[in-house]
Design a protein around this ligand. Structure first.
Ligand SMILES: CC(C)[C@H](C(=O)O)[C@@H](O)C(=O)O
Ligand code: SF4
Length: 462
């Protein structure tokens, strides 16, 4: 074993170890704690019941995203449960001096979209949130992962977590991506190959030319879905692309502090010869635009393939739920909804790529098409760049920021039995509404499905 050689994960982890239980777990310091309205109330209540104070409120950032409506956010929330949760978050933040970007705030949005865009997410940090898609922030070379509500309380009280170090895994993708392949397709492809438990027990580093050449927003899309292959989190070594993205953002380091940070961040790379517990590699040229046809994100195929035969009872059940049959062509599915949004794909680049395709076209009459920006800042960009006109002219509806139809926790639900081509990350039974049928895809593929009312391959594949 090459003990002196460290992985990117080791370097960031080791820098956060406060104490080690001999042959046991370690106490890890947490730099940033993100919270939202769904998983924080019980943790606040626990602290209160034990008469404990929030240890470092200045390291916590809150937003309201999961159950907020995406229409008329300026009005009181109609749904009682949602209204109470959002109200409770506001009260808890006020009481405990926690920065809240709540409804109506210029920085409000999906927690995994706002932290990076505000420069809160930085390389080398440890970041947690009571939310599984916290893995998104790993795109910056941070150790970022979702935690349960009792751990949220632990971090509130101590700014630390007691953790066992996960195993290490590296996924390398080299080569040149095919035309119309987006970062979403890369991660859907990986999950279709390794399955939804391929990363279980591991923290995954993505390496290779494909990720090196990818934009920060694309890297976030990839890391976001690490959790869907079972990994604790995913990360990508910070580089010039990362620094350029972070520099100048509201909470990014400035002046001398910036130079010092960049010097440190430059050291955050896996050493040559460092050993991973598991290594996988894929060839970029084999990746085509992807879609899912089942009820887990691993049930994915290239867009020009037909629905495969089920390999297990659960796959057969998934096909039944989806109303699909082995051998069926994707083009025969009548698409009812298209949802471009969620913490996977609701950043400006996602909307730019969709708008570029949509420009001058009209959506199919059979399709309801929703554009749900990930944050107020993304909304602003959409209007500044004139993308709103493209979407409106094509018959797409632009909503206000929130998790929206990614999960059926707010008003944006897909009706039973209907098909939704969605840029979100989960296609579980009932995820978008009871009986709703979710087909995961990239923003570009989703935009195309909205125009055509069906799923079809891009020209270069015909
Ligand atoms: C509500 C929250 C706990 C949940 C998660 O942890 O991921 C949600 O964000 C999701 O995507 O299912
Ligand atoms: S957008 Fe979807 S996946 Fe992301 S945090 Fe919200 S509910 Fe979870």
């Amino acid at each position: 074993m090459n003990d002196d050689k460290k992985t990117l994960f080791d370097k960031v982890w080791d820098a956060h170890v406060v104490d080690t239980v001999p042959d046991g777990p370690q106490i890890i310091y947490i730099d940033k704690h993100l919270i939202h309205e769904v998983t924080s109330p019980q943790a606040f209540a626990e602290l209160e019941s034990r008469d404990l104070k929030i240890f470092r409120p200045e390291q916590i950032v809150a937003t309201a995203d999961h159950n907020v409506p995406t229409l008329h956010q300026e009005q009181p929330i109609r749904d009682e449960l949602s209204r109470n949760q959002v109200q409770q978050l506001t009260e808890n933040c006020e009481k405990n001096n926690i920065e809240l970007f709540g409804l109506g705030h210029q920085y409000q949005g999906i927690v995994h979209i706002i932290a990076p865009e505000l420069g809160i997410t930085q390389p080398g940090m440890s970041i947690v949130c009571g939310d599984s898609h916290t893995s998104t922030h790993g795109a910056f070379g941070a150790i970022a992962f979702g935690i349960g509500t009792s751990q949220v309380a632990q971090v509130f009280a101590s700014q630390c977590l007691l953790l066992n170090k996960p195993k290490s895994m590296r996924i390398t993708v080299n080569g040149k991506l095919n035309e119309n392949v987006q970062p979403k397709d890369v991660i859907l492809y990986i999950i279709s190959k390794i399955g939804t438990d391929g990363g279980t027990g591991y923290f995954c580093e993505y390496a290779g030319s494909v990720f090196e050449e990818m934009s920060m927003e694309g890297r976030m899309t990839v890391c976001n879905m690490s959790i869907e292959m079972g990994a604790r989190g995913g990360m990508i070594a910070p580089d010039e692309t990362t620094f350029e993205y972070v520099q100048g953002r509201k909470f990014a380091p400035k002046g001398e502090d910036w130079d010092e940070k960049v010097a440190y961040w430059n050291t955050l790379k896996t050493d040559k010869g460092a050993i991973f517990d598991k290594e996988l590699s894929f060839d970029a040229s084999e990746i085509y635009p992807m879609i899912t046809y089942g009820t887990n994100p691993g049930m994915g195929i290239s867009i020009h393939e037909v629905i495969p035969s089920p390999q297990s009872e659960s796959e057969a059940k998934a096909l039944q739920y989806m109303g699909l049959q082995a051998g069926q062509a994707l083009s025969s599915i009548k698409v009812n909804y298209v949802f471009i949004g969620s913490c996977t794909n609701a950043r400006i680049e996602d909307f730019r790529s969709a708008a570029q395709y949509i420009k001058g076209k009209s959506k199919s009459e059979a399709v309801k098409a929703l554009i749900v920006p990930g944050s107020q800042q993304v909304v602003k960009q959409i209007y500044e760049e004139g993308l709103d006109k493209i979407f409106n002219e094509a018959g797409f509806q632009i909503r206000q920021p929130g998790c929206s139809a990614c999960l059926a926790m707010n008003d944006d639900k897909i009706p039973e039995g209907e098909y939704c081509v969605s840029t979100s990350n989960r296609n579980f039974e009932g995820r978008q509404g009871q009986g709703a049928r979710t087909i995961l895809a990239s923003p570009l593929t989703a935009a195309k499905a909205a125009i055509e009312g069906r799923i079809s391959a891009f020209e270069n594949l015909n």
